[in-house]
Design a protein around this ligand. Structure first.
Ligand code: FE2
Ligand code: FE2
Length: 374
């Protein structure tokens, strides 16, 4: 599985844009009621429900099996400017908050995946904090590089606390790992804080260093996991993917192998990351990786190819600013593996089920996202 990337552009099509009154245009409560009714009708007729209904179907199966499954919602990569400059991204984040607040039942918590701000400015971070704090469920927040490199995380820490932390919830150990540290490229160049921030925000500039977790966080992780048995369900959040995908865009964590070495003794680990703004699935040994959608824009897929488990989305429609964006939810099974739901705002939702990554892509293969009948 390691480093076997499949090259080539997306071959899948997500089908026509949603019609008025279609499930994409319904609020989430109405969507789930419709989903449950339609899934029941489909099953009664011996039909497999379309993939848009999979979240309901999977949840039902887990509950009837007695598994202590639970859900959390996610929102990520909102990249807020000040409202006066550009309020589109703020409106997108408000839409995501409405989505998760309409979930019925409510998720156990809402996870924010980093890059709340575009240039780390106080008014951007405070605008973002004021919006994401409107979620009704408990909120957990992760830092991204866009939040950090103007003042080296000073305001972000005041708002949200330390960027590396952990907690336990219903038998699962959750870890949030700061993964966007960079070596000092700014001091000898005598950069201003904004020059530093703009450099980190850029791609392919050859100046910034690759992201890394860093020695202090690695030692913290070892201490945090020490003594926990190998069968502990473990979910790790990082902003950058904890593997090496494409260095020129910093889809990359330079000391990823050091993190993986710490995680390798566990039976199963799920790593959920932001930063890549796209559907992205990978597995290295016992570690199952899932990327988060952005509310702001989708990045294109890396030009040298993607991990072979990735369920690729077709090229987003450049004339629709919400296409390729969204939020989602994660259903956590008793063993810690997850069903990852991509709630694409302009397309059918897509679920990457636990069995898909567990079987190395042989089972539970997500259906083609093109579902013109719904
Ligand atoms: Fe981002
Ligand atoms: Fe990022």
């Amino acid at each position: 599985m390691r480093n076997r990337f499949r090259s080539g552009e997306a071959e899948r099509s997500e089908g026509p844009r949603p019609r008025a009154g279609s499930p994409q245009t319904l609020d989430r409560r109405a969507f789930f009621k419709l989903s449950a009714a339609a899934a029941g009708a489909a099953l009664a007729n011996g039909l497999t429900p379309p993939q848009a209904f999979m979240p309901v179907q999977v949840a039902g199966a887990a509950e009837t099996a007695g598994a202590p499954a639970f859900r959390f919602a996610y929102i990520s990569d909102s990249h807020l400017y000040s409202r006066e400059l550009n309020d589109r991204f703020a409106r997108a984040l408000l839409r995501a908050v409405d989505d998760v607040n309409a979930m019925d039942p409510q998720p156990d918590f809402v996870f924010y995946g980093g890059d709340l701000a575009q240039l780390g400015q106080v008014h951007e971070l405070e605008l973002g904090a004021s919006i994401i704090r409107k979620v009704k469920a408990p909120l957990k927040v992760m830092v991204g590089e866009h939040d950090w490199y103007l003042d080296m995380g000073r305001r972000w820490r005041q708002l949200f606390g330390q960027p590396t932390y952990s907690w336990d919830h219903k038998g699962v150990h959750f870890v949030v790992l700061m993964s966007v540290l960079e070596r000092d490229f700014w001091t000898k160049r005598r950069m201003t804080p904004m020059e530093r921030m703009l450099t980190v925000a850029g791609l392919d500039n050859g100046v910034q260093s690759p992201f890394m977790v860093g020695r202090d966080n690695l030692e913290w992780l070892e201490r945090d996991l020490r003594g926990r048995p190998a069968n502990t369900p473990l979910i790790v959040f990082s902003h950058s993917p904890l593997y090496k995908l494409y260095k020129n865009w910093n889809f990359w964590t330079d000391d990823a192998e050091d993190v993986q070495a710490i995680l390798t003794r566990f039976d199963r680990v799920v790593v959920i990351h932001g930063h890549t703004h796209q559907m992205l699935t990978h597995r290295i040994g016992n570690i199952h990786f899932h990327g988060l959608l952005s509310t702001a824009w989708p990045w294109p897929y890396a030009p040298q190819g993607m991990p072979e488990l990735t369920v690729q989305m077709s090229r987003p429609d450049p004339f629709n600013p919400n296409d390729g964006c969204g939020d989602g939810e994660v259903l956590v099974h008793a063993d810690g593996l997850v069903d990852k739901v991509y709630n694409l705002w302009n397309r059918s939702p897509i679920t990457v089920a636990r069995g898909y990554t567990e079987s190395g892509g042989k089972e539970c293969v997500p259906p083609k996202p093109n579902r013109p009948g719904f």
